[in-house]
Design a protein around this ligand. Sequence first.
Ligand code: HEC
Length: 128
Amino acid sequence: MKGFRLRRGRAVAACAVLAVTLGGCSPLWRRPSPHYSPPAEPARSAAGKIFDKWCSDCHSTAEGPGSRALQRRYQGSLPAVLEQRSDLRPDYVKLVVRHGISFMPSFRKTEISDADLALLAAYLAPSQ
Ligand code: HEC
C-alpha cells in the first residue's frame, strides 16, 4: 500500500512536469518577442500591385509573351518591357486594357475598375 502511494506520487509529479513542458511552456515559447517586427513589405505602389496582378505575366520581363510581341513589333526602337516605356499615353493604355490587342485579352470593369485603370494608366504613362 505504501509503495503504491509512493509510485502514484511519482507518476503525478512526472505528469505535472510533462504538462508544464508540453502545455504550459510551449505557448510561451511560441509567443513572438515584443521586439519582433515582421519584415517590411517591398515598397510597391497601389498601381504597381495592380500591374503585378493583371499584367506582369506577359509584360514584366523581356521573356514575357507581351514583351516578346512588342519586341517583334518595334524591333528594339522602343523598350519591350512596358514599365520602361516613356512614350505611352494614359488614354491609349486604357483603350488597350478595355479592348485587348492581338492576343492580349480585354479586361472588364469587374476585374479592373475605372479607378484602378486610371492608376494603372498613370503608372505606365507617368509624364503624360
Ligand atoms: C496574355 C498576355 C497579356 C496580358 C496579361 C497583358 N498583355 Fe498587354 N499586351 C500583350 C501583347 C501580346 C501585346 C502586343 C500586341 C501587339 O503585337 O501589338 C500587348 C500590348 C500592350 C500594350 C500596347 C503597347 C504598344 O506599344 O502598343 C499595352 C499598353 C499593354 N499591353 C498594357 C497591358 C496592361 C496594362 C496589362 C494589364 C492590365 C496587360 N497589358 C496585360 C499581352 C498581354
